[in-house]
Design a protein around this ligand. Structure first.
Ligand code: NI
Length: 167
């Protein structure tokens, strides 16, 4: 296992649209394992492959307190969604920034597991938010893109400065 480098907004690589995974193999399982380790170490509750510069549809999520309920989603797709709710979000690619985003309240998704088997999952609350946030990453979007222009500019400035200072 290895820790992976997480890209920071406004890195243009975060805007790349991820490709569907055609084969679930050992290389993919290895990447998923490294992503989980990276997420736990950060610490965070979700990580999309896009954030570690792998542009394929792969996401890891664990919203549990004990960090023992890892969910890995290959090619996740939202099948249906209901409701709308505003909640505060953050992102490992946007360190130190939290803001309110409106998302569907409940989602039903379809994905493959790490054996290549399809499954469906119904989610609400934090898990639903997290799934939508990670699927956004796969489509080249960060939550900042859902905020006002003014906020986007402020965040961009702040993070560019921060990354310069810590380089
Ligand atoms: Ni994120």
């Amino acid at each position: 296992m290895a820790l992976l480098k997480i890209l920071h907004f406004p890195d243009p690589r975060l805007q790349r649209v991820a490709q569907f995974v055609s084969v679930v193999d050992d290389a993919l399982r290895q990447l998923a394992g490294d992503m989980a380790e990276t997420m736990y170490a950060a610490p965070g509750i979700g990580l999309a492959a896009t954030q570690v510069d792998h542009h394929i549809c792969l996401v890891v999520i664990d919203i549990s307190e004990e960090k023992n309920q890892l969910i890995t989603l290959v090619n996740p797709e939202i099948v249906s969604q209901t409701g709308a709710k505003e909640g505060e979000e953050g992102c490992l690619s946007v360190p130190g920034i939290y803001d309110k985003v409106t998302r569907a309240e409940q989602v039903r998704i379809r994905a493959l597991d790490l054996n290549g088997q399809p499954f469906e999952l119904e989610a609400e609350g934090l898990l639903a938010v997290c799934i939508q946030h990670e699927i956004d990453h796969l489509q080249g979007r960060v939550f900042v893109d859902r905020l006002s222009r003014l906020k986007q500019m402020r965040i961009r400035k702040k993070l560019l400065k921060l990354d310069r200072e810590t380089m």
